[in-house]
Design a binder for this molecule. Sequence first.
Ligand code: C2E
Ligand code: CA
Ligand code: CA
Ligand code: CA
Length: 278
Amino acid sequence: AKKTNRAGFSEFGHEYEQQLQHRLHMAAELRHCVERNELKLMFQAQICLSTMNIIGAEALVRWHHQGRTVPPNDFISTAESSGYIVPMGYWILEEACKQQVNWLAQTGEEIVVAVNVSVRQLKDPHFIQRMDEILLTTGINTSSLEVEITESMMMEDSDGLTAILHQIRQRGVHVALDDFGTGYSSLSYLQKLPISHLKIDRSFINKITGNKEDRAITALMVRMGELLNMKVIAEGVESPEQQQELIRLGCHEAQGYLYSKPLLTEDFIDLLHQINGQ
Ligand code: C2E
Ligand code: CA
Ligand code: CA
Ligand code: CA
């Protein structure tokens, strides 16, 4: 609050000012989250729909701050606009790779870990070099790492980003297009992108057991993936009926509360033993 006062904002201003103060305060607190050890990763299982085994896990970050757990939707955009997402993102990437190596050591299972990466991170001039360092120091197999980018971020600066994605793919790291279906990617545009996985947005999976039209859209997205030689994964799968329909459509993988919520790494290891260990 001191800082914002010095910047000239009244302490009991309009709602807008209060919101701004809140964001400034959060941005300032956020800058210490790594050194204060306040970040934690949760992991959500990804299931192969033909074997029903766990083949991957998405890393989802949580910020434990002043006794409460802040969800990413409440701080990622602040981290992005302040630029702090860059160092924070390297911590996340490294921690996710460390855990993947840990799972392999503890269970013998090679699980692909998927890490969300925002456009601000990819545009950091050191991204590839830092990723290489992390791959090397953690010892993760490059094909056991997946980077998730969103369809919307490819809209803004596709040329620069496409070049970086190529460098990522050259190393054997997978690239998944997240929230697929919410943007406006055409088939010919997608064909040019070095992408290995399409991740169908939850909003479509929600409706998949509804009317014929909603089902047809998801069916089309699965077909697009097939045509482009990409694996297709459905996110936000919550019911056996949705799973049934996805299997019928030929979708390869699924993720959602039907299988597991995001878990702490110890609990994820237990789940791995339980599901894959038979
Ligand atoms: P996302 O990448 O689309 O992640 C999926 C979100 O859906 C997660 O929310 C997850 O907990 C939730 N979810 C998973 N299964 C289900 C389901 O069956 N039903 C429903 N209703 N929800 C489900 P979460 O963890 O709150 O993350 C929100 C967003 O924050 C993520 O959306 C992602 O865009 C961003 N995010 C999370 N972790 C990171 C990170 O490490 N780095 C960056 N840059 N962004 C992150
Ligand atoms: Ca994601
Ligand atoms: Ca998503
Ligand atoms: Ca989504």
